[in-house]
Design a protein around this ligand. Sequence first.
Ligand SMILES: Nc1ncnc2c1ncn2[C@@H]1O[C@H](COP(=O)(O)OP(=O)(O)O)[C@@H](O)[C@H]1O
Ligand SMILES: [Mg+2]
Length: 253
Amino acid sequence: MKILICGKGGSGKSTISVLIAKSLKNRGYKVLLMDADESNLGLHRLMGVTSSVSLMDTLGGKKGAKDKMVKLFTKGKTPVPFANEKWKISDIPDECTMDINGIRMLIIGKIHRFGEGCACSMGFVSKTFLSNLEVGDDEMVIVDTEAGIEHFGRRVEEGCDMVLGVTDPTYESFMLAKKIEEMAQNAGAAVFFLLNKVDDAVEDIMSAHIDMEKVIAKLPKDHTIFMDSLEGRELKTELPEIDQVCKFLEDFK
Ligand SMILES: Nc1ncnc2c1ncn2[C@@H]1O[C@H](COP(=O)(O)OP(=O)(O)O)[C@@H](O)[C@H]1O
Ligand SMILES: [Mg+2]
């Protein structure tokens, strides 16, 4: 199953992507954690590693990335035509991914330099990559996206089985949730929400703004999570609400 995590900047997408990936791995799944956020540098840090490899780096940059990808991705020794052939997680070359404690992590690419142009080619790679990726019953793909809804414009969600919107206690997040629901439905993707950073003071307000039938779990505001990410440490917190999310994903499959 391929799950796209989306929401406002700072709502907790990366945090939740890591917590879900770890929990699914502990439940016995082979997990591919995909970082499709071209701007933020932090996902692998939340996984506990400081250096990273990205697909774009492996391909030597954005220029000609599509053609190079065709050569790099092979079935046996035959290159896989990038835009129209299906592949499996096991077809992804090892040099494009990192193995972090049994979780395979794939970083699509980052904007590194002033004036290097927009991230559209990376968006194309994310979309094509995901739509052609065939996922087995014992595999889960978690895709952490950039803030907002640009990936909908690039139709990345069409390659996914589910869109999970992360909503934090801000009015902007409530507005975005409506947009996410509408756009995911237009794309024919199943859409559900996670309320994040919930405490007694905001729970009722959040519940009043979000379609509660689509809410899988309410994640508490957690000081350890906050401090770990502040210090750039690995996230190790285990929350019963994340188990609840994983159980839901398992049942949904
Ligand atoms: N449940 C939570 N409790 C406390 N802080 C949280 C929680 N979820 C996320 N955060 C904090 O919110 C900030 C943004 O989280 P992050 O996952 O980077 O968001 P995004 O990827 O959506 O931009 C970080 O400081 C993170 O530690
Ligand atoms: Mg993030």
